[in-house]
Write a protein that binds this ligand. Sequence first.
Ligand code: XIL
Length: 395
Amino acid sequence: MICSSINKAEKFRSIVRLVLQSFMFIILTSLISCSQTKDEKPVKVKSLKEAFEKDFYIGVALNGRIIDQSDSASLSLVKREFNSITAENIMKSSIIHPQRDSFNFELADKFVALGKNNGMHVHGHTLIWHSQLSPWFATIEDSFEFKDATEKHIKDLALHFKGVVDSWDVVNEALNEDGTLRNSIFLEKMGDEYLSLAFKWTSEVDPNAKLFYNDYNMTNPDKRQGAIRMIKKIQEKGIKVDGVGMQGHWHLDYPSLEEIEESILEYSKLGVQVAITELDISVLPNPWDLEGAEISQNFENSEEMNPYTKGLPDSIQTKLANRYKDIFKIFLKHRDKISRVTFWGVNDRQSWLNGFPIRGRTNYPLLFDRELKPKPAYYGIIGLKEKLDQLQTTN
Ligand code: XIL
């Protein structure tokens, strides 16, 4: 009897001890995570679009599964974080204008409605591009007929989306790396006039849409000079160009920050807006030091070329966050010249850089990870913005 009551008292004491210990543990860990939140995660801002509200649109490219709402998790993240959208593929000619006499507007109309219903800026990508080009263009032999068909292609699209597409990539990737004009079917059939005509035709139908020239490697000095020459030539004809799109398919180490800044300054001297239209930062080795985004290129996969299949090491995660911060420092410094910064994809899982320029790799180029969680780069750029705002209010 006595023995059993001693046992009971001891049991009671050990339970109390256990409860107290667990309580202390909970208090301590929550204190630690509170201080982590304070140091690493900004506490004031709820989203990217809120953080950069006064600076520029924060955009994102949407794939078909987000547009048709089958990927609802990504869709709600898009609504929470972004205020501008671009269609990653479904407004390219091969999809939206598959036959010469028929259009496929279904998904594009859903895309535009999504933007409008959520008060977003909607960007059209793209009217004239040699890639993902509808095959019927190449079947037209006669150059007059080709010109008429191209005019109709542009005008039909611009008319269909008049008033709902806020800005267009009128021409995409017309330049070679040395700044000369790319030998596309458009150049072949229409000569260099196709460039000014494309801008003219679009503005005739939708004078209020902002019209962009868009390309990759726009930071490379030779290509940059080519772009500037080309845009000046269009402007000299009295045809409007509203903006230059620097795609922004960049890497951890290049282009240099100086080249990025110089390019923003030089383009804006043309009297146009600058947009960063397809931002992603590859963390993977670059085969043959390939720069840019010529999508016809593809290389062999190997372990050396695909080193982070089991996750991104902390050191590279930090490097990526710092790279994003450095780049955003420049964007914020020139916020008066920059209209929009658009990321090419919502999260790392969907990024086209898992398949380009080598198929089947595991890349980590965006601000959200494969589970849609914000990465250190996300907190890095929002934290940077908050710090800059604080500095401004104390000065
Ligand atoms: C890419 C898409 O992300 C991929 O899904 C598609 O397979 C190929 O095109 N420059 C552009 C974009 O202007 O349209 C390209 O998008 C990436 C390079």
